[in-house]
Design a protein around this ligand. Structure first.
Ligand code: T4K
Length: 371
């Protein structure tokens, strides 16, 4: 490739449409603190996603931190080691001890059976992640949470616009968290949100993200500053007009990859789930070196030499980072599926403006290198 091809490239709406919003911001000089675009964005976003209550944040990590505060979670929380570090860092920053449970091999999400086996009296909540936007076994998690009296928070950072049987996946669990980072399906440069199911909870979250203020002089509890600003919200309003196109283009790319990679021995991709509308946030493939003949890392390095920058999301596992590897649940052998997958996974480039020719080049490279 003459120019580098990265795992993703942010989708951008026409600049002229954003300029109109910028002019309004210049005119009114309301830059943040629940301004008019913030309010409008929350309303329009809730409508687009098909959820009742949403509170937008400056990024997904602060949304995660605040969600745990909103439910006053303490003690231990069961989560997945196969995610981005922010998932577990949000527990750490809340003085909560993570307990890692293994993932299921098909869709690479937290395995409800492994979660059940990891429950102890200190465990107060489960925090699964809809990895790559593929919905977790939501019904099973709901049952587990009810059976053991546990709170249920989803890290849905990858699941923007994902629907299960026509219903937003964000309507499961007590709270779900989104990320609108530049690398996501829907971006506001940086950004995030918490989805909740009652007006009271929405108020509590809104207060928590604004230092704990209720009104001008009352501070109900120690909050944080995690508000989305007017620039981000305005950009989000413009992005909402285009997000269906972004997702449709991603779907075409995913389908083309699948067509090209179908018959390569040792390469597996994740199929669409029955009854689910996907957003195609990532395009991961799993390379089984014993069948394919080359390791995932050899392919990762080889593609780099062609100016193609894939990513090994999520390698290393979170449980292998120094802060977490001392935990009992991080012990080698406790997470065999996650350990294997972390060695095999490679996320190929996928973004709305990607030239289809790149798919052919990448697929050809993968075919040529197979035994
Ligand atoms: N939970 C989960 C499950 C998550 O995956 C994440 C974030 C979070 C929570 C936390 O949400 P946020 O607080 O971030 O809202 C990226 C992102 O920074 C991170 O948002 C994301 N997950 C994670 C999976 O990936 P990096 O360090 O891999 O990104 P970076 O900068 O290497 O970008 C990848 C490629 O994208 C670059 O090689 C080039 C391209 N790119 C990137 C940026 C930022 C651009 O073309 N333009 C850009 O502006 O972490």
């Amino acid at each position: 490739m003459n120019n580098p091809v990265y795992v993703t490239q942010p989708a951008m709406p026409p600049l002229a449409e954003f300029t109109v919003y910028l002019e309004k911001i210049w005119e009114k000089r309301i830059l943040t603190n629940n301004g008019p675009f913030h309010k409008q964005f929350e309303k329009d976003l809730a409508g687009y996603l098909g959820v009742k209550y949403i509170s937008v944040f400056t990024n997904g990590t602060l949304a995660l931190l605040t969600a745990l505060q909103a439910l006053r979670i303490s003690g231990k929380v069961i989560t997945t080691p196969f995610s981005f570090v922010a998932t577990t860092h949000s527990l750490w920053w809340n003085n909560i001890k993570p307990v890692f449970a293994d993932i299921e091999p098909e869709y690479l999400n937290l395995d409800p059976e492994k979660v059940e086996a990891a429950i102890t009296p200190q465990v107060t909540a489960i925090m699964p992640v809809h990895v790559y936007g593929n919905p977790c076994k939501v019904e099973q998690f709901e049952k587990l949470a009810n059976k053991y009296g546990l709170r249920l928070i989803y890290d849905a950072a990858h699941a923007f616009g994902v629907k299960v049987n026509g219903q937003s996946v964000l309507n499961y669990g007590e709270l779900s968290i989104l990320s609108f980072h530049a690398t996501k399906v829907f971006n506001t440069f940086e950004g995030g949100a918490i989805i909740c199911h009652s007006e009271d909870m929405k108020h509590r979250i809104d207060n928590l993200k604004n230092f704990g203020f209720r009104g001008e002089t009352v501070v109900e509890e120690p909050g944080i500053n995690a508000k989305m600003n007017e620039l981000q919200a305005a950009f989000g309003l413009v992005q909402l007009k285009y997000v269906n196109t972004y997702i449709a283009r991603r779907k075409i790319i995913a389908e083309l990859y699948r067509k090209h990679l179908m018959d390569i021995p040792g390469i597996r991709f994740i199929p669409d789930m029955k009854g689910v509308s996907h957003s195609y946030t990532y395009f991961p493939v799993l390379i089984d070196a014993s069948v394919y003949g080359k390791t995932r890392d050899e392919i990762y390095e080889g593609l780099k030499r062609h100016n193609i920058y894939t990513r090994r999301y999520f390698y290393p596992l979170i449980s292998q980072f120094p802060s977490y590897k001392g935990l009992l649940s991080a012990n080698p052998g406790n997470l065999p599926v996650a350990e294997k997958v972390a060695e095999q996974v490679l996320c190929l480039p996928i973004f709305p403006d990607m030239e289809h020719e790149f798919i052919e080049v990448i697929s050809e490279y993968l075919k040529e290198n197979a035994v």
